[in-house]
Every structure is written in C-alpha cells, then in structure tokens.
Design a protein around this ligand. Structure first.
Ligand code: GLU
Ligand code: MG
Length: 459
C-alpha cells in the first residue's frame, strides 16, 4: 500500500500522539473536502492515530458528493488517510484535533479527491523545478435567520458605503477575535480583518503559503467560522451573492510561482519565477496569465460553481456604487475592474467566489497557466481603463470578452475545454458537470417570488 505523506513510522506516530495528548486532545477529526468545497469527515479516538495515518479511516464512497464510486465491491470504500504534518488541536473545539486527509480507494490515491487533483497539478510544476504560492482572500457574510430567510446579523450595519466601516466592525469583535485567535493558534498567519462592501460582509486575510497548505488553511478557516458563528447565534455564509443590490463575496487568489528550493535548502532559494528586474512580470508570468485568460470561461465553472455565482459576476450598480465583480476577460496593473489584476511578481485572480472548492480552483488555474507557458501564449496589452465606466459596446470594441453569464454557459465551456477537464480527471470532471447541470435544471424549473409578482395577475 502506498504511503501519502512524510514517512509514517511507529515512532513518529507515537511522538504526535503524545504531543496531541499533552494539548488535551482526545479525538481526531479526520477531514477531507468534497467536490462542493464542503468539509466532511468523522471523529475517531486519539488511539486510532496510527490507523488514520497508514490505512486511513473508511467512508461509504457513494455517500460523498462527486466520487462516482459504486455501492458495492472493493471500490465502494473511500479512505481518508491523515497527513501527519496537518494535525492541529482546534481551539474552538476543545479536545479535538483536525487532521487533513487525502482520499484513497483500493489502496491507491483516489483520482477524484480534490486534494489529490491539486497534488497532481503541483507535481507538474515540481517537475519543472517550480512551486506555487497562493494567498486566498475569503469574503463572507454574518447572517441571522428570519421567518422568511436571512438578513445581516447586525441590524445596525446600515451605512450607504460600508467598506471599512469601523462602527459595525467592533460589534462583531468577539466573533472576529475568536476566529483570528483560533486560526493563529492553528498556525495561520492572520494579518488583517475588515468590513467589506456589503452590510454584514467581512474579510479575514491570512498569509500566503504553498498552494496545498493554502487550500488546507482556507478549509480550516471555513470550519472555524461556521462553528464560531453558530456559537454566537449567527450563520456564517460563503454564498457568493446573498443580496441582489449589494456586492457579493469573492475569494480572490494571489498567485506567484517560485523556483523550488533544492533538497535540504528549504527557504534559502526565493527566486520568484514571475518577477523580472526590468518589468513587473516575467515572460513566464505573462504566459501563465495568458493561459488563465485563454481558459477563463471553463475556469469560471470551477471558480464560480453555483447558480448564485453568476449574480455576482454581472457588472452594475450596488449600494456602494460598484460590485467589483471581475466579469471582463482582461488584465491590468493594479486594475480591480479586470479579471486579473497584475502586481509585481504576482497576479490576483479575481474570478473565484466564496463557494469555490479551493483545491479544484487552484488545480484548474495551474493547468490553464501551464498551458499558457507550453503554448507560449501572448498576454496582449495591459488594460489600464476603469472597465466599470465603459459601455458594453466600448468593451466589445476593445476586444474584451465577458465571462459566461450563467452556470449553464460556464459548464458548456468547461465541457469543451480538454485542458481543464484533463487536469480534473475523467471522474471528477464528469461528476462535476453532471451534478452542476442537475443544479442548473432544478434552478430553472423552480418558480420564484419574482415570477409570481411579475406574472401572476399580469395576463
Ligand atoms: N466583493 C468583491 C467581489 O466579489 C471584491 C471586493 C474587493 O476587491 O475586495 O469580488
Ligand atoms: Mg475584499
């Protein structure tokens, strides 16, 4: 049976078990991420640590979204195998340590496990001597349930332009501090928290890291925020666009590529592959971004994967005057109105929204970037215009494309894109498309209050 992380010996397991026990841990949360970017798993007693690290703990495969596994036979069992370096006691769940798991089926890495999918793409980078760093920026809402649905949890959060609102922020100080403190104690480097552009919307930033670790961090952030919000009587929401007239929640990725340090010299070699002394971005950086733009429509399905995502990706007015929605397939230096904002030695990919699976979004973006490098795609001129003030006709005149405006169109693009589908693998890409088509069909068949109001008495 193949091992999946740093060599597991009885001695390493024993050392970890003692360390966790000293932290008061009695149970392990064996956690993996499903196709929808939702944390799943089970609790196992600490004395099961060795089994978790070697064979893994079992789950009924078809009970997990996106696996496509059968109900019977050896492939019916999905094993979550714990990654030893990820074990952390959870301050918001005393006695429990989270262990990130990789998916295994029949003793082999499972091809449709989102974390394994990302590892495959990172291995392609490693073959070229590169490693990827991402900084993932989650925006989110704090809501409360009402008789008819949801509203911002803080009834006083009502400014016309709520960005950086320092009147509302202190009212959520308890929650925000517990969240930042808990994540910091788990090893994340939290460096800022702000009130975002919508009522009840916030953003918490932690430092960029190697891409797999970054995605693990993002999942930990979501798990912490859900639990703590519930403890405060609120609902933590990563829905992309909860309120039609307010900005939605993005989950922008800051992306940079680094020449991997030679074995034994970790941290010593810090050459950024995207940096260039004479200009902001190297040729490789420009080709990578050209790939991300070239595959923008297919990437959109993965990075903006819900029906609701496309209500964020429109461009228009909101209470703050702009939604900051990155709908235009363009790039420009510090240009937040384009899909890619370029900065020195890195770029910000602004398409992903808060509902994206961070492993799949990163994997698909890497595949697009590598395609750009392999085909030496030309990035084309930078856009310095404020695209939000231009009319659609002016945008078209400049040769700038607009992202798909519905989940259905994005799925069409994904289905046509062999590069992105190959990166996701046959199982995951077909399961993703099947599930998301079903989501779209269900949405189009429901009758909304808007339709009733408009048509019920109209004819
Ligand atoms: N909320 C905006 C979005 O949906 C982004 C605002 C920002 O740039 O921070 O992408
Ligand atoms: Mg933001």
């Amino acid at each position: 049976m193949k091992t999946s992380s740093a060599a597991i010996t009885p001695a390493t397991v024993q050392t970890l078990r003692e360390r966790l026990a000293a932290d008061g841990v009695h149970s392990l949360m064996a956690q993996f991420t499903d196709v929808n970017g939702v944390a799943r798993g089970k609790l196992v007693p600490l004395n099961q640590l060795e089994l978790l690290m070697t064979e893994g703990v079992g789950f009924a495969g078809p009970s997990i979204w996106g696996t496509g596994l059968p109900r019977t036979g050896p492939r019916a069992e999905y094993y979550g195998r714990g990654q030893i370096e990820s074990a952390r006691a959870l301050p918001w769940m005393p006695g429990v340590a989270r262990v990130v798991c990789d998916g295994f089926v029949a003793g082999e890495p499972f091809d449709a496990c989102p974390r394994q999918i990302l590892k495959r793409q990172l291995a392609r980078l490693a073959e070229r001597g590169w490693s990827l760093r991402t900084g993932i920026e989650p925006e989110f809402f704090l809501l409360r349930r009402t008789a008819g649905g949801f509203e911002p949890a803080d009834p006083h959060d009502r400014l016309d332009k709520p960005s950086y609102d320092l009147k509302s922020l202190p009212r959520q100080q308890d929650f925000l501090h517990q969240l930042a403190d808990g994540l910091t104690r788990c090893g994340l480097d939290v460096f800022q928290i702000d009130h975002e552009d919508a009522h009840g919307q916030y953003e918490l930033n932690f430092h960029h890291a190697e891409a797999l670790t970054s995605a693990d961090h993002l999942m930990l952030f979501k798990m912490a925020a859900h639990t703590l919000a519930e403890q405060h009587g609120m609902v933590f929401s990563m829905m992309p666009k909860p309120f039609a007239n307010q900005p939605g929640s993005g989950m922008h990725f800051h992306v940079s590529l680094w020449r991997a340090a030679a074995a034994g010299t970790i941290g010593l070699d810090t050459r950024c592959v995207f940096d260039d002394a004479s200009q902001d971005l190297s040729l490789l950086g420009r080709q990578f971004i050209a790939g991300v733009l070239h595959h923008a429509d297919a990437l959109c399905a993965i990075a903006a994967p819900t029906v609701n995502s496309y209500k964020r990706l429109t461009v228009g007015e909101s209470i703050t005057g702009t939604t900051w929605a990155p709908s235009y397939v363009a790039h420009g230096p510090n240009n937040r109105t384009a899909l890619v904002r370029t900065l020195k030695g890195r770029f910000e990919w602004r398409v992903p929204d808060a509902s994206a699976n961070p492993y799949l979004a990163t994997a698909a973006m890497v595949a697009a970037g590598l395609d750009g490098i392999d085909r030496r795609l030309d990035l084309g001129p930078a856009c310095t215009d404020d695209l939000f003030v231009l009319s659609l006709a002016q945008i078209v005149e400049r040769g700038i494309a607009v992202l798909p405006q519905s989940l259905s169109s994005a799925l069409d693009a994904l289905e046509r894109d062999d590069v992105i589908c190959a990166a996701l693998g046959k199982t995951l890409s077909s399961e993703f498309i099947r599930l998301k088509r079903a989501e779209w069909t269900e949405y189009t068949r429901h009758v909304s209050p808007w339709e009733m109001a408009r048509y019920a008495a109209a004819f």
